[in-house]
Design a protein. Structure first.
Length: 437
């Protein structure tokens, strides 16, 4: 991933230095377990730990791999350079490369998930704060991009909070599902290594033993993991799209914080563009790019092939690094979002009461008018607002067919804004009653 969209903590998980350190720990713990079983001498297992403080030379490993054409063998050769060839002769006893590679990948994905879960907590905290801040800030709800009925800005934030909370719960499950390791040897039969070794290594690495592997850990686990990242990315885009709409000049109900000295355009000095949320929309696409390849990695030939390997070398760091950056950017956008309640109210009143049409429709039916006639009467007056700029309430009061069914007081009452916000507290209770924060 390019540095522009990367944060150091997540990048470090995918560095060669981290990868080789995890490889080393897996091999060292496996040696311990083998020694406990009496398969290898204890002194040889202890000797491997002489390298516990070694910073493995990535360039040297690459140099060896240029000859061996095999990354794990290159690493083992380099390890023997530190431990001693005789002392290291039992390293990797009964194991296959996938035991190291797959277990390491899952360790990295678990660590990445932990960072992402913390990121989601930051997003949730920002959404909750803004939801309560604007719980009663009335704005127009829209369907198909067109004015519908009143809602509140707090409900908008609360809706996004609930969606992100579901995303976090899914990520917790995906983390748990991918937290397995396999030290089962060629084709996964344990023919050359005791299952107790797998138990020991997994416990030390924070994983569970894979119940049944072939020579690789089943990739449906990884498909689920990356699919979850894709769903979270789509939720990020969902929030970003709403903010981008609100920042449009014709709407301007909210906008991204515009910092002192910030420039919006190289050509037009007046511009204040929603650049962060546009960026988030693009980053969401990048994360979702990982989903289909991860799904296609599930089907492998027999007990082992490496068609998945090149894919995962790309999508694992790219998707997690990008999502980490996006979640943190989103948290900042929400936290600093500038909201304009007066503009929200002005926008809602732009069509002079038109958004109360359903209340009038229902009142007419309750007064004995057929639904078809009630719809005709309300729409007839509503179109005058759309086409001639009339005042909806005044048109209703001047319509003899309407006033034959409803008194002026009844019509007036249908324009009470509080009617639309009377259940906001109920909705908030549903969203936040089991608040994990």
């Amino acid at each position: 991933m390019i540095p522009r969209y990367a944060r150091p903590e997540m990048v470090a998980i995918w560095s060669p230095e981290t990868k080789f350190r995890i490889w080393y720990e897996i091999e060292a713990h496996a040696c311990d377990a083998q020694a406990d079983l009496g398969v290898i001498p204890r002194e040889n297992a202890d000797a491997v730990w002489k390298a516990k403080d070694v910073e493995f030379d990535v360039a040297r490993i690459d140099e060896i791999e240029a000859v061996t054409k095999h990354d794990v063998i290159a690493f083992l050769t380099h390890l023997a350079e530190h431990v001693g060839s005789d002392e290291a002769r039992f390293v990797h006893q009964g194991m296959t490369s996938s035991d190291v590679l797959d277990t390491t990948l899952n360790v990295q994905l678990v660590r990445a998930a932990d960072i992402l879960l913390a990121d989601m907590d930051r997003v949730l905290a920002a959404l909750k704060k803004r939801a309560y801040e604007h719980k009663d800030t009335v704005r127009i709800g829209r369907s198909h991009g067109i004015h519908a009925e009143p809602t509140t800005m707090g409900l908008t934030f609360a809706r996004f909070y609930a969606e992100m909370a579901r995303g976090k719960a899914r990520l917790e499950r995906a983390r748990d599902e991918v937290a397995t390791g396999a030290i089962s040897g060629a084709v996964g039969t344990f023919a050359n290594i005791d299952p107790a070794v797998e138990d020991h290594v997994c416990s030390k690495m924070g994983l569970r033993p894979e119940p049944i592997s072939t020579q690789v850990i089943p990739r449906d686990r990884h498909a689920m993991f990356f699919a979850t990242l894709g769903v979270i990315a789509s939720s990020i885009e969902n929030v970003a799209i709403e903010i981008r709409h609100m920042q449009r000049t014709e709407v301007l109900e909210a906008e991204e914080f515009f910092s002192p000295g910030q420039k919006g355009s190289s050509a037009m000095p007046h511009k204040r563009n929603p650049v962060l949320t546009e960026n988030l929309t693009g980053l969401a696409r990048l994360v979702r790019m990982a989903v289909i390849p991860a799904m296609e990695n599930v089907a492998l030939w027999h007990e082992r092939d490496i068609s998945h390997s090149s894919v995962e070398r790309g999508i694992a760091p790219d998707a997690t690094i990008t999502l980490d950056f996006a979640l943190n950017r989103l948290a900042g956008v929400i936290d600093k979002l500038v909201v304009y309640p007066e503009t929200m109210l002005a926008n809602m009143n732009k069509f002079k009461g038109l958004v109360m049409s359903q209340r009038v429709l229902l009142a007419l039916t309750q007064a004995g008018t057929s639904r078809e006639d009630a719809y005709r009467l309300v729409q007839r007056n509503a179109m005058k607002v759309w086409e001639q700029g009339k005042d909806f309430k005044e048109e209703l009061l001047a319509d003899a067919e309407v006033t034959a069914a409803l008194t002026p007081e009844q019509i007036e009452e249908k324009f009470d804004l509080g009617y639309h916000t009377k259940h906001v507290d109920t909705i908030f209770a549903r969203v936040f009653e089991n608040d994990p924060l």
